[in-house]
Write a protein that binds this ligand. Structure first.
Ligand SMILES: [Zn+2]
Ligand SMILES: [Zn+2]
Length: 263
């Protein structure tokens, strides 16, 4: 199916349409050998609340964005190389049904399809693309994946100290290692997580302890390289972006019923 579409005129036209829907907010998508495998609307669990997002599955990347006008205009484009993706099916849980995790080294999140058939289709197609890519490149599936962030609404008190209540002034923070929602004092340390950023990131005190102990062990085995790393750590005090960039307001998003995905 995919091989037949490579270089076909129909495929080139479809990719050009996706590109024009993102306009200047997206990157060029027409690349030699790239095929648009399918598209559809999925509900993505964001930090604040679940949001409808338009997803495009290509044979080498997964692209998604905010829906400004259905089938016409999208923005906030995100591009995920499929080579580093790992899917994980989620059990149905009350209102949250037909979901799975999309995990990568730098970011992991949950998405939900409208029906179980759609879920199966999406997961099967994505997994097939990943398998084909890894087979062609001879690479191994990625093993380190970023934590899935616990949505803000699921924690009214800090998940570490269980005391500190969140308010407008007492802000929630996310540990970049475990994804838990924690208070400031319980996440006042940073640690270098190279798979996510070149700068040290906010981690909870639990994770800091675990990471530090692992590091001490590592340092013992390889003291020279760790000296260089701590020099780097001391040099970059600037804090990383706290917000999930996908979570910014999108008030003009229409409340339309999603169409069936097309593969
Ligand atoms: Zn706390
Ligand atoms: Zn943590």
């Amino acid at each position: 199916m995919v091989d037949r579409l490579v270089n076909s005129e129909a495929n080139a036209r479809r990719i050009a349409i996706v590109e024009s829907c993102f306009g200047s907010s997206g990157q060029p998508l027409a690349v030699q050998g790239r095929v648009l495998v399918g598209e559809g609307v999925l509900t993505k669990i964001c930090r604040k609340k679940p949001k409808a997002r338009q997803f495009f599955l290509f044979n080498d990347i997964l692209v998604y964005g905010n829906i400004i006008i259905n089938k016409k205009k999208y923005n906030k484009q995100h591009v995920i190389p499929l080579e580093e993706v790992k899917l994980e099916s989620l059990e149905d849980d009350g209102q949250l049904r037909n979901g799975w995790l999309i995990r990568t080294a730098s970011k992991s999140f949950a998405v939900y399809a409208a029906t179980s058939t759609e879920k199966q289709e999406w997961m099967a197609h994505i997994n097939k693309c990943i398998e084909d890519l890894l087979r062609k490149s001879g690479k191994k599936a990625a093993e380190v994946h970023a934590a899935v962030w616990v949505p803000d609404s699921e924690a009214n008190v800090c998940m570490r100290c269980k005391r500190n209540q969140f308010t407008v002034l007492n802000r929630r923070h996310h540990c970049r290692k475990c994804g838990d929602v924690v208070c400031g004092p319980c996440s006042n340390k940073k640690f270098l997580l190279p798979s996510q950023s070149s700068k040290p990131l906010r981690v909870c005190l639990n994770c800091y302890d675990i990471l530090s102990k692992a590091k001490v062990q590592n340092n013992y085995q390889n003291s020279i390289s760790s000296k260089l790393e701590s020099k780097e750590r001391a040099g970059s005090a600037e804090s990383s972006c706290e917000e999930d960039s996908d979570d910014k307001e999108d008030s003009n998003q229409p409340e339309t019923a999603p169409d069936q995905p097309k593969f």
